[in-house]
Design a protein around this ligand. Structure first.
Ligand code: KG4
Ligand code: ZN
Length: 360
């Protein structure tokens, strides 16, 4: 089955063709980085206008790269929630038009749930038999999404039954990375640039011990605003009558602070992952527990290393960590998850709405 997926929830216009829910035949992403750079963040109106300009060329390119015509598509999937309303509307309108004109099924997909699916995707040409099968005994599984808009832990009982266990109560992790990058004077996109700086030779990621937000002892929620403020004070000095000035910001200090921030942010995620693992037991004791991860911040080098180390540890986890090209927003994950929804008989119709909020 061939599914054309569309993704326009934020500042990436994307289209992809995925076969049988796993094999990515094409994955085209038109990024809007340059358009938003001077504002150091995404401007919704600029984003939706750019989607309108890009959506048709991106769809054409995805079909061309997959080597197929539109008539060969079996279904159209679109990320219809959550996201910027004006951006979502472009993808939803395009998907509805194609589905209606071809008489093919339309499937609305939750973008955050689709991030969880991104570690399951494989490139065309890879041997499907060597990729780990996602079978009934895979579930219940634990899910982690760390993106620019979301930081959440999930219990997955199937690809259809996804329950949120915890979420950020303030900033998402990617947002915290982006704001930390602004504090350190790094260019947009902040997260990847801070990650790169933190990897500089000779950095000291123990220069400052930033606070880790634990919240209540059993909480699976996250908070990153305290960490962000701690970095602000470390970089610019503590304000107020009892304040103290900051040491001069040298290039070496900037790299050290980036590394300390990244270390604290990643440690916070790992702390909550370990708590969450205790709440999601394996249904079958003979089967290793599975963890699905996704979202832009899974591209972070330290987070990837730490998640891989966790998987190799005593918990002995099956970790589905997306390859770099499927970490950030893409339409292959939308088409992939749509295959699971369709297989379960879940189809949308022409009343499908663009919805800014997530489906929990
Ligand atoms: O998943 P995504 O593309 O969009 C949302 O759904 O939000 O995630 C984008 C976020 C941005 O905040 C970006 O700075 C962050 O992911 N990000 C990173 C890295 N690569 C992308 N954050 C830290 N380290 C990275 N290497
Ligand atoms: Zn995303």
């Amino acid at each position: 089955m061939l599914i054309l997926g569309l993704e326009t929830s934020c500042d990436e216009t994307a289209a992809a063709v995925v076969a049988d829910g796993r094999r990515v035949l094409s994955n085209v992403v038109a990024s809007q980085y340059e358009l938003h750079e001077e504002y150091a963040g995404v401007v919704p109106e600029i984003a939706s206008r750019a989607h309108v300009e890009k959506i048709l060329p991106v769809i054409r390119e995805s079909l061309a790269q997959a080597g197929i015509g539109l008539g060969m598509i079996d279904a159209i999937a679109v990320g219809n929630r959550p996201g910027l309303i004006g951006s979502l509307l472009v993808g939803v309108a395009a998907a509805k038009s194609i589905a209606w004109s071809l008489g093919k099924p339309l499937v609305g997909v939750d973008h955050v749930h689709a991030h969880l699916y991104s570690g399951v995707l494989i490139d065309e040409g890879s041997d499907v038999s060597t990729s780990r099968a996602i079978v009934a005994s895979t579930f219940p599984a634990l899910g982690l999404v760390v993106s620019g808009g979301h930081t959440s832990l999930y219990r997955l009982d199937s690809w259809i039954r996804i329950t949120r266990l915890g979420a950020t109560i303030d900033d998402a992790l990617g947002e915290a990375f982006d704001k930390a990058a602004i504090i350190l004077g790094l260019p947009h996109p902040g997260g990847p640039n801070l990650d790169k700086l933190a990897d500089s030779a000779g950095v000291n990621d123990r220069l400052v011990q930033f606070p880790l937000s634990r919240l209540s002892p059993s909480s699976l929620d996250f908070s990153f605003s305290g960490l962000k403020t701690a970095l602000l004070y470390e970089a610019n000095g503590v304000p107020g009558p009892k304040g103290k000035p900051a040491p001069a910001m040298t290039a070496a200090r900037k790299a050290d602070l980036a590394a300390c921030f990244r270390r604290a942010a990643v440690d916070t995620i790992l702390l909550k992952m370990k708590r969450a693992l205790a709440t999601v037991p394996a249904a079958d004791k003979s089967v290793r527990r599975t963890v699905f991860c996704g979202g832009g911040v899974t591209a972070n080098r330290l987070l990837r290393q730490e998640l891989q180390a966790l998987a190799r540890g005593p918990d002995d986890l099956h970790l589905h960590l997306p390859p770099m090209r499927f970490c950030t927003d893409n339409a292959a994950m939308i088409a992939g998850l749509a295959h699971e929804l369709l297989s379960a008989g879940i189809v949308s119709d022409m009343t499908l709405q663009a919805t800014p909020t997530t489906s929990l």
